[in-house]
Design a protein. Structure first.
Length: 191
């Protein structure tokens, strides 16, 4: 219990110090944790680098990110629950419906997210091509299911998970994207 109190005091103090440092005008310094900055423990200046602020993001991005992360976590459970060795139809159905709902929320919320910095057409970048592919993949998966084609349903859902969750996740972690800047730049300090 004492350890928990000490950790909570440490992390809350570090959070307050970090939020003050982000608001401070002019150059500020951060401790360097990585070897590419020189010796471990050295201090390097940060001069007015634009850093993405997760609390300042629009609600549509928060909805999209939450649904996408939920789908990334729920998908393997739905796929695992219906494999050949262990058939768990209730678990498969529950997590399958949850995954489909999260994927629909992710696809619909992506329609309202636009980026005018990357090559685009009216704010829609090439990653937005995953929206019709996701909706079409969900439609085909349920079409296979209604026609009792279980193998087609399984293949459609596996391809949809790999393409829309894992593949899109790799694209969003590029350093030029919002989530990539947040993860690689602000959280890990690699950029």
């Amino acid at each position: 219990m004492r350890l928990m109190r000490r950790l909570s005091r440490h992390f809350s103090a570090a959070f307050r110090a970090g939020s003050r440092a982000l608001r401070a005008p002019g150059p500020h310094f951060v401790a360097c944790r990585w070897l590419r900055c020189g010796r471990v423990g050295t201090v390097r200046p940060i001069v007015n680098e634009p850093e993405p602020q997760p609390c300042n993001s629009p609600p549509v991005i928060a909805i999209h990110l939450s649904a996408a992360l939920g789908a990334l976590v729920t998908g393997p459970v739905a796929l695992w629950a219906r494999r050949q060795g262990a058939a768990r139809p209730r678990l498969h159905r529950a997590f399958g419906y949850a995954w489909v709902t999260l994927m629909l929320i992710t696809a619909v919320s992506a329609l309202f997210i636009r980026d005018f910095q990357l090559p685009n057409i009216a704010g829609y970048t090439p990653i937005h091509l995953l929206i019709p592919l996701t909706l079409g993949g969900l439609f085909m998966a349920f079409r296979y299911l209604l026609r009792k084609n279980i193998t087609g349903h399984r293949m459609a859902m596996q391809q949809l998970y790999l393409g829309a969750c894992v593949g899109a996740g790799q694209f969003t972690l590029l350093p030029s994207r919002y989530l990539g800047q947040l993860v690689w730049g602000q959280w890990l300090g690699w950029l």
